[in-house]
Design a protein around this ligand. Structure first.
Ligand SMILES: [Fe+2]
Length: 281
């Protein structure tokens, strides 16, 4: 049976939409070198963070990969309030050299991936609607921080983000960028790894959703395959029905890193371009 897309309760709440727009507006016009705007989060926004971050912390110990947990420990996120991007940016700079750039919402693919090559991760600052927890239909500060910034606090994952950014700069067509983006989606957003005889999540999309963490083991699990990942569609509004697993994070770092390092060179695109026109199934 086809699953219905997840609802987006915030879109029908004018007070939420106005607050979210206010936070988004704070990052418009921001330039590198400017201080990252400090958001004065409301009590309700802090309560949403505490509720979700607490649930995620528990779920991570059950379902997240060791390397993700190490990154999260390195980051040491507060559990009583929404953290400011400025404080995380300073911490991350020391841990992996990555910096954070505030953005008002989803940015074009080429801009988002390209910034990774400059060791910069673009992050929203608004908090999901209270009724949307724990399954956001789009990125918010909880997804960015608990998911991606935790990964970026781990050197191997930070390196993969950087290499993905470099690869994106070599994409000369939208099709080749789309292929790269899908590989990113099925690895750094929704990747899983075999660990201690079980499947564990390492992708930021899984690690920032309690509901995804609780159900990913019942998804169809396929072995890591660049051609299949790069040509498989996904719907961001639904739970992910197909995931790709790797035998270890060291293996992922080597294999995915090698792909990112060579993707976009003529010979490599020749290797994968035929897959763009064949059935992904
Ligand atoms: Fe993401």
């Amino acid at each position: 049976m086809d699953e219905q897309p997840l609802p987006h309760p915030g879109m029908s709440d004018p007070t939420y939409r106005s607050r979210r727009q206010h936070i988004a507006d704070m990052s418009i016009g921001w330039r590198p070198g400017d201080p990252i705007p400090e958001v004065e989060y409301t009590d309700e926004e802090n309560r949403v963070w505490v509720k979700i971050a607490t649930a995620l912390r528990l779920a991570h110990h059950l379902y997240a990969a060791r390397e993700f947990l190490t990154g999260a420990e390195n980051l040491d996120l507060p559990d009583d309030r929404v953290p400011q991007l400025a404080e995380l940016c300073r911490r991350l700079d020391r841990l992996s050299g990555f910096r954070l750039r505030p953005v008002p919402g989803i940015v074009p693919m080429r801009t988002f991936y390209g910034s990774l090559a400059d060791l910069t991760f673009m992050s929203t600052q608004y908090v999901r609607h209270p009724a949307a927890a724990p399954d956001p239909p789009e990125p918010d500060v909880i997804h960015e921080v608990v998911g991606h910034v935790s990964l970026l606090a781990s050197p191997a994952f930070a390196d993969l983000h950087y290499l993905a950014g470099r690869a994106s700069r070599r994409c000369t067509t939208e099709a080749s960028l789309q292929f790269l983006s899908r590989v990113f989606w099925f690895t750094l957003e929704f990747g899983v790894v075999e660990q201690d005889g079980d499947l564990r999540a390492y992708g930021a999309g899984l690690a920032s959703s309690v509901a995804e963490l609780e159900r990913f083991r019942s998804a169809e699990i396929r072995p890591f395959d660049i051609s299949r990942m790069g040509t498989l569609d996904h719907d961001v509004r639904r739970f992910q029905p197909v995931l790709f697993s790797v035998p270890s994070i060291d293996w992922l770092h080597h294999e995915l890193g090698s792909f990112f390092e060579t993707y976009g060179t003529e010979s490599y695109e020749d290797t994968y371009a035929p897959a763009l026109t064949t059935s992904p199934m």
